[in-house]
Design a protein around this ligand. Structure first.
Ligand code: BG6
Length: 510
């Protein structure tokens, strides 16, 4: 407790910025994401006083709903999240709905008129966020039509922003095509490509940890670091998303976006200022330094696998191929472990092991920095054992912790070493008022801060890195033989251990 108070006293906080009055227009308002994430996040921001003074939300989708029907639907969704509902009516007064036909130009003209009326009603000066919570197949249509209808135009100090969810295409060519369609109406400064991993508080903390402390950065390089492992394990399976997942697989679903951002945060150079484009420039520089994947010997660097039936938390779960909507002979990988190198001065020769999978033993997102062993073990003779190297573990979710493992003397007369843990847990800081990922992303979009969003050059570079890997895997003659199996509830396939000396398969612990 004393320690937490000290942390609070020492906290340096910037003056909070207030977003300008604006409207949030959600395309796909009758869909799952709107009720599950977007409106609960906006309501939470409202409760926290973080929405603008003059503000409203306009849902837009194909269903014919009245404002009142939309409000009722959203009330249920927010209530299901267990939110405090005392100020709901006040919030709901700013919820509206406009039916749309996504590819009809006339729809956008009608929407523009409705938004002008609502602007007048709520005293909003025409600033708007358009959030695309629609199937990715509709992104080009809606973004293009918004441009054609003049809804993307910024005039007389009014801003217009487009928030896009991943996936940004399914390869480099389709991602560029999507960007071209967006670019017909929106300039890059208007586009906010969400990666909800970047908006997670402990993911943001990786940068703070590295660059606000003098003691780690001098060690943060090939001289002291042996290898880095980045893991995002899920217990969930494919759920109801087989249609999408069958086409995507783990490489498109997790690697092209979240895993690449985690890698960039761990490995990028310090920017000269904590400012959106300088931070994004450093991430892009890192993506540019990725060693092209050796596609001729791809399976020395990549393990792909799919889950079999097994048990999660004591409950039997089916194999991926037996999930509803999945092809019974599907070759879609649900797990990948990849060895990646960054060809620059800092990281030459240091392997990064990047792993993600569904239906693994635990929900766990963790970065481990494995330091080198001591250069000379003067205790070896006495102890007859190897001295374990230091490890820094950054736990991102579900628990948010930082642990440093080091060697200390075992208490007592005997000369012996043991590994001890220096530990910091975010939860211990009781006064923490963190924002959930979607709350943070929407708050930043309202403020116009693009730091935690993808820029198109970064998207392109990651696709350029991954495209040859995907082509090699998907056209490989032995594709079926190369796809390993793992039991649901395990830590993945046995073969991943060949790539990764500290793989959980060996120790039972990642
Ligand atoms: C999404 C993927 O982007 O991230 C999902 O499409 C995955 O397949 C999810 O389950 C994981 O996010 P989180 O925040 O639960 O780690």
């Amino acid at each position: 407790m004393a320690q937490s108070q000290q942390v609070r006293q020492e906290r340096l906080t910037p003056t909070p910025r207030a977003p300008e009055d604006c409207a949030v227009v959600i395309f796909g308002a009758s869909g799952d994401l709107t009720g599950r994430k977007l409106v609960p996040a906006l309501y939470q921001l409202f409760l926290a006083g973080s929405t603008p003074k003059h503000f409203y939300i306009c849902g837009a989708a194909r269903s014919e709903l009245s404002d009142q029907e939309f409000r009722d639907k959203m009330r249920q969704a927010v209530q299901a999240k267990g939110r405090e509902m005392t100020r709901w009516e006040e919030f709901a007064a700013g919820l509206h709905y406009q039916p749309v036909i996504y590819d009809e130009v006339a729809t956008y003209q009608a929407l523009a008129r409705r938004l002008e009326e609502l602007d007048r009603e709520h005293g909003v000066p025409g600033n708007r966020i358009f959030e695309l919570a629609i199937p990715p197949g509709l992104y080009m249509t809606v973004a293009g039509r918004l441009g054609q209808a003049g809804l993307a135009r910024e005039e007389d100090g009014r801003w217009r922003r487009l928030v896009v969810e991943k996936p940004f295409g399914r390869d480099l060519a389709s991602s560029r095509e999507l960007n071209q369609a967006i670019g017909q109406g929106f300039a890059e400064h208007q586009v906010f490509r969400i990666d909800h991993y970047l908006a997670k508080e402990t993911v943001q903390n990786i940068m703070m940890f590295r660059f606000a402390n003098a003691i780690f950065e001098p060690l943060w390089n090939r001289g002291y670091i042996e290898q880095v492992s980045i893991l995002s394990a899920e217990t969930l399976g494919v759920e109801h998303r087989a249609g999408y997942y069958e086409q995507a697989g783990v490489l498109r679903d997790m690697f092209q976006n979240h895993m690449m951002q985690l890698l960039a945060l761990v490995a990028a150079e310090p920017p000269s200022l904590f400012e959106a484009d300088r931070v994004r420039d450093e991430r892009v520089k890192l993506f540019r330094s990725l060693r092209p994947f050796p596609t001729e010997e791809i399976y020395d660097y990549l393990v792909l696998a799919q889950y079999e039936a097994g048990q999660i938390n004591g409950r039997p779960v089916p194999a991926y191929r037996a999930e509803p909507g999945v092809d019974p002979s599907s070759l879609t990988p649900t797990y990948a472990s990849m060895k990646v190198f960054v060809d620059n001065w800092r990281w030459q020769g240091v392997p990064f092991f990047i792993t993600s999978g569904k239906r693994l033993a635990e929900k766990l997102t963790r970065v481990v920095i494995h330091f080198r062993e001591v250069p000379h073990s003067l205790f070896r003779q006495v102890l007859g054992e190897e001295i374990k190297a230091n490890r820094l573990v950054l736990d991102i979710q579900p628990s948010e912790e930082i642990s440093l493992y080091f060697q200390a003397k075992q208490p007592g007369a005997e000369v012996a070493l043991r590994t001890v843990r220096l530990h910091f847990a975010y939860q211990d800081e009781a006064a923490r008022a963190g924002l959930e990922a979607y709350e943070k992303a929407l708050a930043d979009a309202m403020l116009g801060d693009q730091m935690l969003f993808w820029r198109q050059d970064g998207v392109d570079l990651c696709w350029a890195f991954l495209d040859p890997v995907l082509t090699a895997c998907e056209t490989c003659a032995e594709r079926a033989d190369r796809l390993h199996r793992y039991a649901a509830g395990s830590w993945g396939p046995r073969d991943a251990a060949k790539l990764w000396p500290n793989h959980p398969y060996h120790s039972g612990q990642p």
